[in-house]
Write a protein that binds this ligand. Sequence first.
Ligand code: ADP
Ligand code: MG
Length: 396
Amino acid sequence: MSAPQWVTPVDPDAVAGTAEALFRSTFGGAADGVWTAPGRVNLIGEHVDYAGGLVLPFALPYVTVVAVRVRNDGILHAVSTHTGESWHGPLDDVAPGHPAGWAAYVAGVVWALRRSGHLTAGTGFDVAVHSTVPVGSGLSSSAALECAFALAVADLAGLPTDDSGRRQLITASILAENEIAGASTGGMDQSVAMLARPGHALLLDCRGGATRHVPLDFDAAGARLVVIDTNAPHRLVDGQYGNRRATVEKACADLGVATLRDVADVDAAVAALSSPAAQRVRHVLGEIRRVREVADLLDRGRITDIGDALNRSHASLRDDYEVSSVELDSAVEAALEAGAWGARMTGGGFGGSAIALVPADRIDAVVENVARRADTAGLPVPQFLHAEPSGSAHRL
Ligand code: ADP
Ligand code: MG
């Protein structure tokens, strides 16, 4: 087995240099500016966003950078180092499903800002993209792209970018992803990309959108948080996400509440439902409690005590919500075996990434054990990322 593969964070200025070089070679001349937005990882609060629950993500030191220049012909021309494919076309033609593919995440932002009256027709953009966020690993490369570009458009069009301006850009980015890219997204990713603060997680109330910054200083606690990207192949699980949402909605109707968040008596609600709805609801309501528990511990600086809640979250997602996978379970078990305080799958599940909270002096042992166990089981080679709570989208 070869040495564990770390993805080292790249200095945003170096990422910017690559985006600017792509801009010059594609479009000639210089961009009007360069903007960046981070990927994110969710510390806890999984599959609760659509139940009006609480989530606790933070921004990663892995970013997407866009180099952007305004055009006055209403055309979007976008290129990315990730795909090598460019898209070129009139922004007037943007509609659900068009453009297809990655350009939807860029074009959709303009579409949404035009629809909300923040941007007038006729404005176009040249856009060059470079990213260090792993794409499609559940670390939200899609929101990083939308939010970096949304902030660019706002700055170039003179829209406000204070807290309330950023909330409008969050809405536009969500709409771009839901309506134009056709991907279901709740809003956690865009919120953290736009509002995150270094050294903090973002407690987001998905019922109403209120946010609070919660201190999260791993260094001071002698802890490290590692993201384990399992590199598991994408499976045909599209129906599973919709199935869980439908189960939750049906349970709400049966229980007579608008969202599961409104359930007052958890035990009575679970007892009133049959299987599998009862287990699904038990996960959601338990997970919302665990988010409160973790936020409370973090408020008191007790980072190293959150491991148990992370472990219970994973068990609940695996056994009650049934969205884990052999790769995720392997990563979590191997991390715990090598001395992690806690570990869980993060993101939607069925592949993607896991996180482990590790004593700083155990980090090498943990990643080696995770890699070794994947190797022994014939699973894909995982890669590891440093999860240091980072800042939000900004102009470079
Ligand atoms: P995640 O957000 O977890 O990485 P998604 O499936 O939500 O996964 O989004 C991934 C999609 O976002 C990609 O397939 C691509 O269409 C788009 N995307 C993200 N980052 C980039 C990038 N740097 N360049 C081009 N497209 C990107
Ligand atoms: Mg995404």
